[in-house]
Design a protein around this ligand. Structure first.
Ligand SMILES: Cc1cc2nc3c(=O)[nH]c(=O)nc-3n(C[C@H](O)[C@H](O)[C@H](O)COP(=O)(O)O)c2cc1C
Length: 168
């Protein structure tokens, strides 16, 4: 079996179509660097370890935000709520001030921008990174969390934002 697939790689378009079927929660990663706040939308967020408490996301090597996130040394994971699709789109757009109104945010200790109205914030210290393919794996050590226990998530599926509908 391994021999049958070794060295083969799926066609890029088919790969994207398959991945688009995986519904994912949406987060915005934020940090404060010398020039001010930076942030980007990501669906590659994942939990990694409970002890120590680690989380991860992948960022594209071409990202203009990534070098500034790395320089900041700490970041927040803002877990978006179901009604925050516009915010997600803004933090994925280039050529806009992502933190200008109508974005509502505050700078919280130890100096990380936190977005308002989210389901949860995870405040992280940059733990480690690894170059992998055309992305960088970024691992954060979680120092604290702020939680809205009633929060329902924003999801991304087949190129569209949507809501989570629990089974009754
Ligand atoms: C729903 C959605 C999910 C995204 N997930 C990621 C991601 O996991 N990693 C990533 O590097 N970019 C992701 N992006 C793209 C970034 O949000 C952003 O557009 C890109 O990094 C370019 O901006 P930058 O140069 O400021 O990084 C996603 C975009 C959207 C709309």
């Amino acid at each position: 079996m391994t021999e049958a697939i070794s060295g083969r790689a799926i066609d890029a378009q088919r790969f994207r179509r398959a991945l688009a079927l995986h519904a994912a929660g949406v987060v915005v990663i934020t940090a404060q660097c010398e020039e001010g706040p930076v942030g980007l939308t990501a669906t590659s967020f994942s939990s990694v370890s409970l002890e120590p408490p680690l989380v991860s996301f992948y960022v594209g090597r071409e990202s203009k935000t990534w070098p500034r996130l790395r320089e900041a040394g700490c970041f927040a994971v803002n877990v978006l709520a179901g009604d925050q699709a516009e915010l997600a789109a803004r933090f994925a757009s280039r050529g806009v001030d992502r933190f200008a109104a109508p974005t509502v945010w505050e700078l919280a200790p130890p100096g990380v921008p936190l977005l308002a109205g989210v389901s949860a914030h995870l405040v992280c210290a940059l733990h480690s990174t690894m170059d992998i393919g055309d992305h960088v794996l970024v691992v954060g050590l979680v120092a604290e969390a702020h939680i809205d226990p009633g929060g329902l998530p924003l999801l991304y599926h087949r190129g569209r934002f949507g809501h989570f509908v629990p089974h009754s």
